[in-house]
Design a protein around this ligand. Structure first.
Ligand code: FAD
Ligand code: UDP
Length: 381
């Protein structure tokens, strides 16, 4: 009956389902464990009528015209450029560290330091903190030490339970030192927030499409079985294709051990005041147990009485009921475990892995939408 079974309805699964059903006329079944579509990008009104992101703040940004145009079929955009500040020494300083932050951190010799940074790296360049730290020049070292101590060290310890040197350098490289006066967190060509929220995008992608059926509140393991004969759906051999966007270790009952992840505990508060903090996101890079606070109406542009904020407390993912694996911890040991799971799959030639969990990768929204579009193109052409 179905050409495709897609496990998970985040951006990976939803993009694939939408294109397969709409452009290729395929019959698609989506199986989703949660009671809603949208995966981690799901948003909803809280009890005070303020739109919040249930699984942490999501800002759309991309350099890909293809992705921007595709998603623009499902939403209009609220023109928003994301800016973040860190709370340091009772002050709010722009992050990524840039030439404006330099003025606050080194008020007495900012001009000299600015010239040096521009001379060495070039205006507009992005320099990962671990690279900046390797520079032998005394002044550059002074800046690097400041950035490391005040922006990266404690935030990273909270987020990952490890120092910046102990994690994949690509992770801290996501927030490089910026040799410019640009206070934006992202420099992508397109950035913004969906005007009516993310959930609406998913509804427009998936609902009211006669080629798409959605089964909510269902762990795929209840209906899919991996046997020597092949993949069974409801105890019958399934000859279509299966696209899986969940965690691979849990699909196979952790038989080679758990893949390590970090999870987050989100704590929401409503405050009876117009404004709580200067920007939508404030990072706590030297104090507190939480990493950051998001004030949602500053992110979405919503006008509301009072304001809703969210604190994020990172911790180890243990797999206990209700926890969600948010961040793959990418290193050699963990990739070796992942590869053991991949080996099981060589038996199934109609099974495809897609997404931040299934591929054990650090994907932003735009990257996973693009990857999903490419997978469908590959399968259908
Ligand atoms: P998910 O959204 O996780 O979707 C996977 C779906 O599969 C889930 O709905 C899950 O319930 C379902 N599932 C899993 N296992 C099973 C199973 N066994 N059976 C049935 N269903 C199952 N990206 C940005 O571009 N900008 C941002 O600002 C940004 N902020 C982020 C903030 C946080 C806190 C996090 C964690 C990520 C952020 N991201 C951001 C990344 C973004 O969330 C991901 O790129 C995107 O969600 C990936 O989509 P996905 O479909 O791969 O995964
Ligand atoms: N980071 C940091 N301090 C900050 C911002 C980021 O130490 O103020 C580090 C931290 O290790 C984090 C990584 O840079 O995990 C990537 O940050 P990003 O904002 O991209 O993380 P995400 O939005 O994916 O949680």
């Amino acid at each position: 009956m179905y050409d495709y079974i897609i496990v998970g309805s985040g951006f990976a699964g939803a993009t694939a389902a939408n294109i397969l059903a709409d452009r290729h006329g395929k019959k698609v079944l989506i199986i989703e464990k949660r009671s809603h579509i949208g995966g981690n990008c799901y948003d909803e009104n809280d009890e005070h009528g303020i739109l919040i992101h249930k699984y942490g703040p999501h800002i759309f940004h991309t350099d890909s015209e293809k992705v921007y145009e595709y998603l623009s079929k499902f939403t209009q955009w609220y023109d928003y450029s994301h800016e973040v500040v860190a709370y340091v020494d009772e002050d709010f300083i722009p992050v990524p560290f840039n030439l404006n932050t330099l003025k606050i951190a080194f008020p007495n010799d900012a001009e000299v330091l600015r010239e040096k940074l521009v001379d060495i790296y070039g205006y507009g360049k992005k320099v990962p903190i671990l690279e900046l730290k390797n520079n032998d020049d005394e002044d550059i070292r002074k800046i690097a030490d400041y950035v490391y101590e005040n922006i990266f060290l404690r935030y990273t310890m909270k987020q990952w339970g490890k120092t910046p040197e102990e994690i994949d350098p690509a992770v801290t490289g996501r927030v490089p030192v910026l040799i410019s006066d640009d206070n934006r967190y992202f420099q992508d060509t397109y950035q913004g927030m969906p005007l009516d929220g993310y959930t609406k995008i998913f509804e427009n992608m998936l609902l009211n499409n006669e080629n798409i059926d959605i089964m909510l509140d269902t762990d795929c393991k209840e209906v899919l079985k991996f046997t020597d004969k092949g993949i069974m759906y409801n105890n019958e051999l399934f000859n279509g294709r299966v696209i899986f966007t969940g965690p691979l270790d849990e699909l196979f009952d952790n038989r080679f051990g758990r893949l390590p992840y970090r999870t987050l505990n989100f704590v929401n508060e409503y405050l009876d005041k117009d404004s709580f903090q200067p920007k939508a996101v404030v990072n706590y890079t030297v104090s507190e147990d939480y990493t950051r606070i998001t004030e949602y109406k500053k992110l979405t542009g919503q006008e509301a009485k009072g304001t809703s904020i969210m604190k994020e407390y990172p911790m180890t993912y243990t797999g206990e009921e209700g926890q969600i694996p948010y961040y793959a911890i990418i290193n050699e040991d963990n990739l070796a475990i992942y590869n053991k799971y991949l080996n099981i799959l060589s038996k199934y030639n109609n099974f495809y892995l897609l997404g931040r969990l299934a591929e054990y990768k650090y994907y932003n929204i735009d990257a996973i939408v693009l990857k999903s579009m490419e997978l469908v193109e590959e399968l259908e052409n």
